[in-house]
Design a protein around this ligand. Structure first.
Ligand code: NAI
Length: 256
């Protein structure tokens, strides 16, 4: 895959899957605009790459805020040049039964996971449509297609992302812009570790050991963030030039 000198915007870039995507893109020669709500973490992460060529530039942005999103995209275009690839990874998980979930948990989940995906891909998608070139990958979840206890808000927000991405792909296809989804299963990151840790505060009905999660996967292994990043880069790249509107599940067969 060749991303040499390409401008790529990645959200949720400070840790976990987003950080792995940034790392791989840099290995393939991309210049990355790294967006995250955690200003300190994203600056530190970007600094860890920076030598003289500064391939990673950090931006502190809350993707649920459409004004912040359009302002930062404008800045990136001015500073780095045309954004050719977009990867939206940022997301949050608020656990809880649907019948007792707070307004805040429901709204925050949809604001970040669903509206955030809309904000960033609408803004960047407009530029791509105008230039008749671009590729977008949105990170959803295998929870979008299989009901889970205490994950109702998260699962519904991700199901909306998956369908939104397909509709966006349809609208953009005639303009030579592709849009695909990756839907990971259990992946070894801070978000997932909260579910494996007994004292994480997560309800005992859903919390379980790492072994419990691993044994629920036919391939019997938890994904690493790099495994998800490999799939993201493939769908993003020109090697997937005939693939759009696709939802690629990466969960070791857990939901097949
Ligand atoms: P993580 O919690 O390790 O990292 C998420 C990153 O997104 C953090 O750096 C956080 O600061 C950032 N972020 C959160 N809200 C934001 C906002 N409003 N604006 C900008 N940045 C924000 O999570 P992880 O595990 O790396 O997950 C990444 C994506 O993959 C999420 O969308 C998640 O739903 C999805 N996913 C993760 C799975 C897993 O097992 N880890 C499984 C399926 C999907």
């Amino acid at each position: 895959m060749d991303f040499k000198d390409k401008i790529v915007l990645v959200t949720g870039a400070a840790q976990g899957i987003g950080a792995a995507v940034v790392r791989k893109l840099c290995q393939y020669g991309a210049t990355v605009a790294a967006l995250d709500i955690n200003e300190t973490a994203v600056k530190q992460y970007a600094d860890s790459f920076n030598n003289n060529c500064r391939p990673v530039l950090p931006f502190a942005v809350d993707i649920s805020n459409s004004e912040q999103v359009s302002r930062s995209v404008e800045q990136i275009e001015k500073k780095l040049g045309p954004i050719e690839y977009l990867v939206n990874v940022a997301g949050i998980l608020r656990m809880g039964s649907l019948l007792s979930l707070s307004d805040d948990d429901w709204q925050a989940t949809f604001s970040v996971n669903t509206t955030g995906a809309f904000n960033i891909s609408r803004t960047v998608g407009c530029y791509m449509k105008e230039r008749r070139s671009g590729s977008i990958v949105l990170v959803s979840s295998n929870a979008a297609s299989v009901p889970r206890m205490q994950m109702g808000a998260y699962a519904a927000s991700k199901a909306a992302v998956t369908m939104y991405a397909k509709c966006l792909a349809l609208e953009l296809a005639a303009f030579n812009v592709r849009c695909n989804v990756v839907s990971p299963g259990s992946t070894d990151t801070a978000m997932q570790r909260a579910l494996w840790t007994a004292d994480s505060g997560v309800d005992h009905v859903i919390a379980g050991s790492l072994e419990h999660y691993r044994l629920g996967i036919p391939l019997q292994k938890i994904a690493t963030p790099e495994m998800i990043a490999d799939a993201v880069l493939f769908l993003l790249s020109d090697q997937a030039s005939q693939i759009t509107m696709h939802d690629l599940r990466i969960d070791g067969g857990a939901t097949l």
